[in-house]
Design a protein around this ligand. Structure first.
Ligand SMILES: [Zn+2]
Length: 342
């Protein structure tokens, strides 16, 4: 059941499947959504479904010669256009074969080559598919060149523009594409996907809580990093609740280097958001601290939490503008103590 490989994107899957099943796919789709939610997987499944050779059962079957060739990336009618840097990172192209630094852009020559290739009749399959990933890697010239092809698309061809930043595309290009929006994945879906991949339940919950709805991010998060974050927030809260300011000052001094200070300020900012969400009766992101969040959000008055949120934003801004790490952290921690009347 290849379509089921995509978790939590029922609407997007339904839209593309039904277009194929009716035999009327659009000539260009913009697959938009945050990183790591399944955009390229969806593009591959669409290409497979459009060219699957299985005579019965659901398409794509995932195992016929066409499905297999598309999965390997060497079907003659399915073109993936990536920036060189991405092709090198994925091991598709060897760095030794390139002259100079691999480009991060999809350049006009590459779009022209794609158009020439698509002008040919489908060699083997039923529908030619061109995937541009990420589409915003096309520079303006490349986009304008693609636009000409989108305006007069070759027959039986579908372009799939994969993008995390659809607003970075020219409006003229966007308007030629049917938009398919992929949403951030709900935490429950992430947990289920992580458990399916062998993560213990507790770890899966912790990773999902910090992944911003991205399965890619949840998979790449380091469990030790999550543990460090939890310990950090516990020591911050202990310093905030301590009878005097010594622990807060020690913490600020221990993380005086600007990047370390910024890391702490950002963790406190995310935590403050969690507390505000808990206060409003919502479910918080940092599940491992749900107990503490529930207790603190009851104990701290709403104006104090809002003050804490603005203070976090001010301190992060000051650190971005080369503020002194130790002084800004002192300002943050002592300021929060003040707000909470410790
Ligand atoms: Zn197949």
């Amino acid at each position: 059941m290849p379509w089921q490989q995509i978790a939590g994107q029922d609407r997007a899957v339904r839209l593309l499947r039904s277009a194929l099943e009716r035999g009327q796919p659009h000539h260009a789709y913009l697959l938009a959504g945050p990183a790591g939610v399944g955009k390229e997987l969806l593009a591959r499944l669409f290409a497979q479904a459009a060219n699957c050779e299985a005579v019965s059962g659901e398409q794509p079957c995932g195992s016929c010669p066409a499905c297999a060739a598309i999965a390997r990336g060497n079907h003659p009618d399915v073109a993936w256009v990536l920036p060189q840097s991405e092709a090198v990172a994925r091991g598709i192209v060897s760095r030794a074969d390139l002259e100079g630094t691999p480009s991060r852009e999809i350049r006009v020559d590459e779009v022209r080559a794609l158009s020439r290739r698509l002008a040919l009749v489908a060699a083997r399959g039923r529908r030619k598919i061109a995937v541009l990933a990420p589409a915003e890697a096309m520079n303006e010239r490349a986009q304008n060149t693609l636009l000409k092809t989108l305006e007069e698309p070759p027959p039986a061809t579908t372009f799939l523009l994969v993008s995390e930043q659809p607003d970075a595309l020219l409006a003229t290009v966007r308007s030629r594409c049917a938009r398919v929006q992929l949403a951030p994945l709900p935490e429950k879906v992430l947990v289920a996907e992580l458990v399916k991949r062998g993560a213990p339940a507790e770890e899966a919950r912790r990773r999902a809580a910090r992944a911003d709805g991205s399965l890619g991010r949840a998979l790449s998060l380091d469990p030790e990093e999550l543990e460090r974050r939890r310990e950090l927030l516990e020591s911050v809260e202990a310093a905030l609740a301590a009878p005097d300011e010594r622990d807060a000052l020690d913490l600020a001094e221990g993380a005086g280097e600007r990047d370390a200070a910024r890391g702490i300020a950002e963790a406190v900012q995310a935590w403050t958001r969690d507390l505000l969400v808990a206060q409003a009766g919502g479910e918080i992101e940092t599940q491992e601290l749900a107990g503490a969040a529930a207790r603190l959000s009851q104990a701290i008055a709403a104006p104090a939490l809002l003050g804490q949120a603005s203070l976090c934003a001010e301190v992060i801004e000051a650190l971005e503008q080369n503020g002194n790490g130790r002084l800004q952290l002192e300002r943050l921690l002592l300021g929060i103590r003040e707000l909470r009347h410790v």
